[in-house]
Design a binder for this molecule. Sequence first.
Ligand code: SF4
Length: 675
Amino acid sequence: MNAEKPSVCPLDCPDTCSLSVTVADDQVIKVHGSKVNPITHGAVCAKVANNYPDFVHGENRLRYPLKRVGKKGDGRYERISWQEALDTIHARVSAIIAQHGAEAVLPLNYAGPHGMLAGDSMSLRFFYRLGASLLERNPLCGGIRSAAYSGTYGNAPGTPLQQVSLAKLIIVWGNNATACNLHLMRQINAAKRNGARLVVVDPRRVKVAEQSQLYLAVRPGTDVVLAWALAVELEKLGGFDREFIAQHVQGAESYMALARAYPPERAAEICGVPLEDIRTLARWYQEASPAVIAWGNGLERNQNGGSGLRAIAALPALAGKFGVAGGGIVGGAGHAFPKTGDRLTRADFAPSKARTLNIIDVGGLLLDDQLAPPLKALFIYNHNPLIVHPDQNRLRKGLAREDLFSVGIEVAMTDSMHYADIILPACTHFEHADIYSAYGQQFLQRAEAVIPPVGESLPNTEIFRRLAARFGFKDAAFRESDSELMDQALNAEDPRMGGMRPSQLPLNQALRMEFGGEEPVLFKNVVPRTPSGKIELESSTLRARYDAALPSFRPVQSGFPLALITPASDQRITSTFGGLAASDGTPLLEMNPADADARRLSDGAIVKVWNELGQVFLKLHVSAAVRPGVVSSDKGAWLRTSTNGQTVSALAPSHKADLAFGACYNDARVEVAAH
Ligand code: SF4
């Protein structure tokens, strides 16, 4: 008999939809949206609706512990018992620690599941206590945005998603909302029904641009220049709120001194957008209230990414767009929740001088014979690094080192798992309880398991409990239950919890984060939480951390003529679901007709795309949706889609952005020719 059970989508997506799961005979049959979360309101994306049963129960699912029996990368494994797996890991890692010290061990994880327990809770307790090297993982994605937002506004929540419906002007900037921020669309549509204008800024004519009154096809990496030019034009129009600036903004004059070097005429050249469009957007922004900016993830993935975000974040400060519901920037949602941070992960277990390594550098560090101590053991979990890290070929070489002991903890047999010596099967979130904040909306949700664990898989928390026990860690923190972990994750005493313990949050309720009984509105019931208490366009924090007190602009230098952008796919969430049939087939490369003609390339042909780091074979899709000089191919395809063992990540450089030492995927420059 079928049963409908409540759950929450844990994937790396800002929306964090509430779900209703049809279950029969301990199998997930279908996944729908539920209305528990008013923001997601019963709708889910096609990626989840179409793929989940196969993801949980399909042939690619990991069900048992495995040990490698072939060469690294071959994918040949044999089933073993949990006991043998834990004993092997303990013996190999202990020997490495005895010879090289605990810092020779590195957790290599990212954001596969976004539940607060599966994400990083017991896992970090284990690595802290082990004394392993620590991983700075945010630079891979999201770190640049966090640094830019927090550097400007501090840890204050931005405009809640639902307030977009109140805006009179919405600027969707670098956000392919229909594919990766689905529930923004409902808010945009509601606002448009009330007469709002929609402006889209993106190098690719994404679907939401079809509904816009104005579309600016900005060149990748030049967003900072466009935002500066808008500020210059606003100032010229008398669109600055001088009183607000004097009272609440730090560094406005230093910011404008930089911006004035890029007036609209110059910005039009650099950004490749019509001068009149810049002027029109500035005028519309000046006139509209509330006016809101909803930015996406793509625009930060370049060496000017932090500057782009900061320059955009300056616009509502200069134009005085705060203090009214529906005005400002949709951002900083993570700051809305009363998280306890280190209490969940027990950072106090870490040795005071543990070294921290940037996730982007891991490929190079694995090959660095000067690194002391060298990296000798990896624990790869919640992550598919071979597919998602920049400079794929270098990382592959590192992972293939025969003297490297790798443990994989995963739901599915990914390309990265093919390099693990021992694989431990992890539960999907449908098989364990978890609690969910979000990074795109401000409702807290809890879910329980809807089916028992598949095969011998275990929740991440239990896997790390068992590892801790095997390594002889006696602290009570390693025996805490999942409910106890939930209660450590959020502060039950905070008024936002409404007197509820996190582990008791009803399954049929999404708890709205409120400030003084209302949704947050910056300069009404929340204020910037920066050192100065003001909006910091010139930031002492960012100066100290990144030598970046103010935004800056550096064009990419390359001998390759085309900018390759790698946006999110509408088939996968980054690489999740990439092992399913729906993601098979040669990935597309979108190219403008002018660029295709210049190279005598025709639609549908297999083309070679290359630069100094690698080469990839893709199927050409000639389309005016990408601007001349730019080519686009979706990120996250697995190696099964490739004929030469390389995907677009092989073309992404490993240099760092201006903030957070973040990844610069969209700084890839390539050439394309017939295959
Ligand atoms: S991936 Fe995003 S839009 Fe799709 S169901 Fe999950 S949270 Fe919702």
